[in-house]
Design a binder for this molecule. Structure first.
Ligand code: SF4
Length: 212
């Protein structure tokens, strides 16, 4: 089976398993998503949602976040990892959005990546989610699943993986399928305990006996 046949099979299976996969970070305003995405580095969306609910309620505007003392922001997010650094990033993001972008989240990738804590993957998430620009953000789940399903080499880095997936997945499916890759990695093909015995992709998987 070649790669095109493999990706077709994979996307069909993901559609069966996760037809409604989407972003699991909760936000109302564009800048709230930027902050939530930054906070989600090395932690779960669930733990981010737990802190942002109160954070965005207590500081309901960019101006309110900008005016809040750093120590208050640290307190508001202290249950998540790297909270000190992330609190500084919140302050940096709000200041930069207000001062450089008139309070509006830019769609341009290079401009997004000037925001503290926003790298290539986060910029892709923001562009896909807010602006519906076809992007394939490669997080830990997308990367692991792509390797296991032999879409990329085991030693490919995230940038190579992103490039290869862009070449394999139809452009109009970039956004949806990236959510499905994440859901598959998060809930089914987990890092330590994948559900291999129930998986319909065993025949094309490089690590089909992980939990046997
Ligand atoms: S067989 Fe197991 S490791 Fe392979 S894709 Fe399926 S769940 Fe993941």
């Amino acid at each position: 089976m070649n790669k095109q046949e493999r990706i077709k099979l994979i996307l069909q299976y993901f559609e069966e398993l996760f037809p409604h996969a989407g972003c699991e970070l909760i936000y109302q305003k564009d800048y709230e998503l930027v902050i939530a995405v930054m906070l989600s580095a090395q932690t779960t969306d669930e733990s981010v949602n737990r802190v942002t609910e109160k954070l965005f309620f207590d500081y309901p505007t960019l101006v309110a976040l900008d005016a809040a003392p750093l120590s208050e922001i640290e307190n508001a997010i202290r249950t998540i990892g790297l909270f000190r650094n992330k609190a500084k990033n919140i302050k940096g993001i709000t200041k930069k959005l207000l001062e450089n972008f008139s309070g509006v989240v830019p769609a341009d990738k290079n401009q997004l990546m000037t925001l503290p804590g926003v790298g290539n993957k986060s910029a892709n998430v923001i562009r896909a989610e807010i602006f519906h620009i076809p992007e394939i953000p490669v997080d830990t789940h997308v990367h692991r699943v792509s390797k296991r399903l032999n879409l990329v080499k085991m030693d490919d880095d995230v940038f190579v993986t992103e490039k290869k997936l862009r070449g394999l997945i139809p452009k109009d499916l970039y956004i949806k399928s990236h959510h499905q890759f994440i859901h598959f990695g998060r809930y089914f093909c987990k890092a330590r305990a994948p559900q291999c015995t129930q998986c319909h992709l065993r025949s094309i998987c490089k690590e089909p006996n992980k939990n046997l």
